[in-house]
Design a protein around this ligand. Structure first.
Ligand SMILES: Cc1cc2nc3c(=O)[nH]c(=O)nc-3n(C[C@H](O)[C@H](O)[C@H](O)COP(=O)(O)OP(=O)(O)OC[C@H]3O[C@@H](n4cnc5c(N)ncnc54)[C@H](O)[C@@H]3O)c2cc1C
Length: 363
């Protein structure tokens, strides 16, 4: 029998962020991951921290708090490993149509950004930053944009948490869960007894009998790693226009994302995914698309909700049974800040933001 204040199912971004924030309150957690680390959506080889999202580049929800929380954590974990998993390399958002430029510009004019975060650039300025890029009537430059190899980040983060004393068990899953005074999680060779049980189980969450009533949409996303034939690339920033191009530190490779597949039969990457990604890349960087070959392809599943916000909170009928999921395509941006918000709620009973509170849904 193992004892902990919290048992968290799932060692993706949600589970790790939450375990970390609970430790800040001196609470113990055991994290159980049914597969290997970074095997879920949090294995994305190239993801962006981008607070100006969508075609209009709208400032995302709680953008400043969320950005600061993830930027600080990336910096802290990066300092513990020689393996580089993120770059503070800026993000270019060129408009590809007149209408898109107009909407982006209007949005930018009515938004207050912290100084230097998000700048409107004319077409010629965008092309000066990135010669050869397709652009119509201008776009945005976000010097604060971050690019992350999420899978490598999760590996390094889990190692750091283990060094801090958090027990993370991989390739294990509950055979049975039951409650009497405490939650008991049966693992086969051991049982975990815990006051609180949290499902941070990503796209598996709706498969649980406790959470099958939540309105979670599953969206498969494929990304591909490309290598340019002509050698080192001439740019170091990432790009978000139609899909995104994530530049990490290998000189001649980059990651192109992503598909949004609402109907899918399996979780594997496929030729249809590569074709789609190539079309998207061709619209932004036609020359690069022609000379690049796929060297790796990857697929994961996002969990999205009707208001595109995560789900946090206690089960309406089962005491001390919680869920933290629905991070959609903003797991990096939202996850760290919301884990802290959630831990504060669990410990100090502070109110959850209504936009993310599970109470917005009924069982
Ligand atoms: C193609 C793609 C591109 C993306 N790009 C970006 C981006 O640019 N920026 C950004 O911020 N976000 C991005 N995201 C989103 C981000 O990756 C996710 O929001 C985030 O990884 C979700 O984390 P999670 O912990 O909720 O889920 P997951 O990472 O899926 O983790 C859930 C874990 O729970 C485990 N599990 C499930 N059931 C059990 C059980 N019963 N017991 C134990 N363990 C269990 C699973 O094995 C899994 O490891 C992208 C996602 C995809 C798919």
């Amino acid at each position: 029998m193992k004892h902990a204040d919290f048992c968290i199912l799932g060692a993706g971004l949600a589970g790790l962020f939450l375990a970390d924030s609970l430790t800040d309150h001196n609470l113990s957690s055991i994290v159980i991951e049914k597969n290997a680390l970074a095997s879920g959506a949090s294995g994305t080889p190239g993801g962006l921290v981008n607070p100006a999202t969508g075609r209009r580049a709208k400032k995302s929800w709680k953008a400043v708090q969320c950005y600061k929380a993830i930027a600080k954590n990336l910096e802290k974990i990066q300092a513990t490993t020689n393996e580089r998993f993120y770059l503070n390399n800026g993000l270019l958002r060129p408009a590809l149509l007149e209408k898109m430029a107009r909407k982006m510009k209007n949005q930018h004019e009515k938004t207050t950004w912290p100084s230097g975060w998000c700048q409107w650039k004319s077409e010629s300025e965008i092309k000066e930053i990135h010669p050869g890029i397709e652009c119509v009537d201008g776009g945005l430059w976000l010097p604060i944009g971050l690019t992350v190899d999420v899978g490598k980040y999760v590996q390094a983060y889990a190692q750091w948490l283990r060094d801090e004393g958090i027990n993370i068990l991989t390739n294990q899953q509950p055979l049975e869960i039951h409650h009497d005074k405490k939650w008991h999680v049966e693992l086969g060779d051991s049982t975990i007894a815990t006051k609180y049980l949290v499902f941070a189980t990503g796209h598996y969450t709706p498969q649980s009998k406790y959470w099958d009533w939540l309105p979670i949409n599953l969206i498969k996303g494929q990304v591909a790693k490309f290598k340019a034939a002509s050698g080192p690339l001439s740019f170091s920033h990432s790009i978000s226009s139609l899909g995104y191009i994530a530049r990490l530190d290998e000189e001649d490779t980059f990651v192109q994302g992503s598909t949004y597949e609402h109907d899918f039969e399996d979780l594997n990457p496929d030729q249809g995914g590569e074709d789609y990604l190539r079309k998207r890349m061709h619209r932004t960087l036609p020359e690069l698309e022609k000379e690049s070959k796929v060297v790796d392809q990857w697929a994961g599943v996002r969990t999205s909700t009707p208001n595109y916000k995560p789900i946090l909170g206690e089960h309406p009928k089962h005491k001390n049974l919680h869920v933290f999921t629905g991070l959609g395509s903003k797991g990096l941006l939202y996850g760290k800040y919301l884990a802290r918000h959630y831990a504060d709620h669990l410990v100090n009973d502070t109110a959850l933001y209504p936009e993310v509170n599970i109470s917005r849904f009924k069982d």
